[in-house]
Design a protein around this ligand. Structure first.
Ligand SMILES: Nc1nc2c(c(=O)[nH]1)N[C@H]1C(S)=C(S)[C@@H](COP(=O)(O)O)O[C@H]1N2
Ligand SMILES: [Mo]
Length: 210
C-alpha cells in the first residue's frame, strides 16, 4: 500500500531531481478531469478525421487506425490544476507515423494543430510540438486500452520526458476522446484557451492563465 508518507518522500525526491514544475504537487492516483460527460464509443461508426491545411482530407475508421504502427513513451504529466503524475507509460500513434505511413500530407503553410474531441472539446498546439517525442495520439495507458473516463478509444497526450529539455505544455493540451485533427495556417484557440488559459501553457514557466 502506498501512503501519504511515500507520496511526500517521492514528491521531495522529484523536486530535488528537478522533475516537479513550480506550483505542482505529486499524486500517486490518476485523477479523472474533464468538462462535460464521457461520450460513448462505437467501434463500427468511429472515424478519425484529418482536415484543414492538408493535401487530402483523411477519414480513418477504428479498424484502420488500429493497424498503424505504434510508439511507446514514458511521460511525467502536469495538470494546470496543480497535480503531477510521474512515469506514466503510453502507447499510440506518433504524428510522424501518420506522415510516414502516407496518411498525412501537410500543406506548406500548416503551422498549428487543433485537436477535436467527441463532445466538442478542442485544444490547440503548434505543429512543432505535436511532432515532438512527448506528444502522442494514445490508445493505451500502462499496457491497457484507455478506459472511457481517460479518453477511450483515443486521446492526445503531452507531458515531460525528464532530462530531455523538450518544450512541455500542461496536460489539458491533450484531448480525450480525440476524433479529429484540424491543421491550420494560423493559430486558433481551443476550449480552455478561449476561457483564459494560457495559449502556450509551458509547465516550467507556470503559464497557467493569460
Ligand atoms: N475531451 C476532453 N479532453 C480533455 C479535457 C476535457 O475536459 N475534455 N480536460 C483536459 C484536462 S484539463 C486534463 S488535466 C486531462 C485529464 O485527463 P485524465 O482525466 O485522464 O486525468 O484531460 C484533458 N483533456
Ligand atoms: Mo488539467
Amino acid at each position: 500500500m502506498v501512503n501519504s508518507t511515500d507520496r511526500k518522500l517521492l514528491e521531495e525526491l522529484m523536486k530535488k531531481e528537478g522533475r516537479l514544475p513550480p506550483g505542482q504537487s505529486l499524486t500517486l492516483k490518476f485523477p479523472v478531469l474533464h468538462y462535460g460527460s464521457v461520450p460513448a464509443f462505437d467501434p463500427e461508426t468511429w472515424q478519425f478525421r484529418i482536415w484543414g491545411a492538408v493535401e487530402k482530407e483523411v477519414n480513418l475508421p477504428w479498424k484502420e487506425f488500429q493497424k498503424l504502427p505504434q510508439t511507446e513513451v514514458k511521460l511525467d504529466i502536469h495538470c494546470v490544476t496543480r497535480w503531477s503524475k510521474i512515469d506514466t507509460r503510453w502507447r499510440g500513434v506518433a504524428m510522424k507515423t501518420l506522415i510516414e505511413e502516407g496518411h498525412l500530407k501537410l500543406k506548406s503553410g500548416a503551422a498549428y494543430v487543433l485537436q477535436h474531441a467527441a463532445g466538442g472539446y478542442t485544444t490547440n498546439l503548434p505543429l512543432e510540438i505535436t511532432l515532438q517525442e512527448n506528444f502522442l495520439l494514445a490508445t493505451h495507458y500502462e499496457g491497457e486500452p484507455l478506459t472511457p473516463d481517460h479518453g477511450a478509444p483515443l486521446r492526445g497526450i503531452v507531458g515531460n520526458i525528464p532530462g530531455s529539455g523538450i518544450k512541455t505544455p500542461y496536460f489539458w493540451k491533450g484531448a480525450k476522446w480525440l476524433n479529429g485533427l484540424e491543421f491550420l495556417t494560423e493559430d486558433q484557440l481551443g476550449f480552455w484557451e478561449k476561457a483564459g488559459y494560457h495559449n502556450e501553457g509551458d509547465i516550467w514557466k507556470e503559464q497557467r492563465t493569460v
